[in-house]
Write a protein that binds this ligand. Structure first.
Ligand SMILES: C[S@@+](CC[C@H](N)C(=O)[O-])C[C@H]1O[C@@H](n2cnc3c(N)ncnc32)[C@H](O)[C@@H]1O
Length: 258
């Protein structure tokens, strides 16, 4: 098992509100209420039929359940037991992504939800190394990042959506600052009915050149940009190979079969 580090505590995310909150500040109740959105279709269209998927940071299974319905066996990883309790029909793995070493590999590794944009390069590479450890030689890693331009344009907003059975969802972003080059800090406020949660975070820009460097450092390379806004990327093991230990025995994190 690798030991990973996280950066300056001032840059770490945190959150509050009703119900369980994950170490990175996400509300379990809020994520459990959200609809799957477009992510499952983007993933499904980028991989072979019935491809096995390791989903990193799976949360309450918002995307997991839709991928299962599309025919993909999914192993769902999260560091929050309260999130994983919400997942049905998939294998679940309670672990930090950085430390994950299951000793087996998957057709596809899903690394979405802007986890790439953590505010520290060493941390980011330790997350990407976990992707590389678990992807088959002919498989792929699907990555979702913030648009690089967003780091220049991010500003407070308030959006209302009316697409949940529980009622209107309100997203507000406030307290936007830029604490350093390529960094944005902000607080998101989410409301459904009379429940409100906040999550404060700092994200780091990962432009195309930075992405290529970080992927190359762990034995991956960009294969395709999957969306016009270039926020979804498919990466594959690079020809140069990798000696990061994908075939080492697993470090026995807590797993639950469906
Ligand atoms: C924003 S939520 C998104 C959940 C899910 N991907 C979705 O789209 O609904 C991020 C999830 O990633 C998990 N997470 C964040 N960093 C993690 C890490 N380093 N290791 C394991 N889980 C992590 C959190 O606990 C949380 O459940």
């Amino acid at each position: 098992m690798t030991t990973s580090r996280r950066p300056d505590p001032a840059l770490l995310p945190h959150g509050d509100g009703p119900g369980a909150i994950t170490p990175d500040g996400c509300s379990v109740e809020f994520y459990a209420a959200l609809a799957p959105g477009q992510e499952p279709r983007i993933v499904h269209d980028a991989i072979p039929e019935r491809a096995t998927i390791l989903e990193l940071g799976a949360g309450a299974g918002r995307v997991t359940h839709a991928l299962l319905a599309l025919g993909h066996p999914v192993a769902a990883v999260d560091e929050s037991p309260e999130m994983l309790e919400r997942i049905r029909e998939a294998e679940t793995v309670l672990a930090r992504i950085e430390d994950l070493d299951l000793g087996r590999r998957f057709d596809a590794v899903l690394f979405a939800s802007y986890l790439l944009n953590v505010p520290d390069q060493e941390w980011r590479r330790s997350l990407l190394a976990a992707c590389r450890r678990h992807v088959s030689d002919n498989g792929c890693v699907l990555i979702q990042r913030h648009e690089p331009e967003w780091f220049d344009t991010a500003a407070p907003f308030e959006h209302h959506y009316d697409d949940l059975p529980q009622g209107e969802v309100v997203y507000r972003m406030r307290d936007v600052t830029r604490p350093g080059p390529g960094l944005v800090s902000a607080t998101m406020e989410y409301s459904i009915g009379d429940r409100t949660w906040t999550q404060s975070f700092t994200s780091q820009r990962v432009d195309d050149a930075q992405l290529a460097d970080d992927l190359g450092a762990v034995g991956l390379a960009v294969d395709a940009y999957l969306t016009d806004d270039r926020t979804w990327i498919r990466a594959r093991p690079s020809a140069a190979g990798w000696s990061g230990g994908a075939d080492r025995p697993g470090a026995s994190p807590s797993t639950r079969q469906p």
